[in-house]
Ligand binder design. Sequence first.
Ligand code: GAR
Length: 210
Amino acid sequence: MSRSPRPRLAVLISGNGTNLQALMDAIQEGRLPATISVVISNRKAAYGLERARRADIPTEYFPLKPYRDAGRSRREYDADLARLAARYRPDWVVLAGWMHILSRAFLDRFPNRVINLHPALPGQFPGAHAIPDALEAYRQGKIRHTGVMVHLVPDEQVDAGPVLAAREVPIYPEDTLESLTERIHSVEHRLLVETLARLAQEEPSPCDSA
Ligand code: GAR
């Protein structure tokens, strides 16, 4: 993969893109020395695509359905997705609300370079319903707080892998799904930016020292 002075990010999304927005804002404000080289969505209606277009960031819509309809495998989709992302020469692939599990056909193309954001602490509540699952567990007295993590994606396990950063998020008795979601998102927005800024600093590219 390429090494550029400012790490190049390929951001994969499926939805609203508030975390993408946090990255764009941090870059704009000089808090994150990086460049978003492409935003890829598997959903056409993902609002994150609109956020990227408004910021003049290249976007790609890459749906799974045509592959399914043609009887093509998930591995083929993932391999083509990897080829598409690779065209933008990313240093890091950031899964910011990407709601597909990526197979090795994708991951092997970017070893140790795929980062996932998940709204739960390591080992807790994998999958697409982490926030409601945590709220339910809290109401049943099983947990006292939840959290957020950023981790590497080495394989096809769901929301698991070497943890780059994790932060606890409190849950309060009066919390609703909306209030907890809002609190988690605001922590995610900070943690994702901080983690990527740290990675960019820890690992200056060869070009930086030239
Ligand atoms: C975020 O909460 C992210 O952690 C979660 O999707 C949301 C996307 O929000 N990802 C997962 O649950 C991965 N299993 P956004 O589109 O507003 O950034």
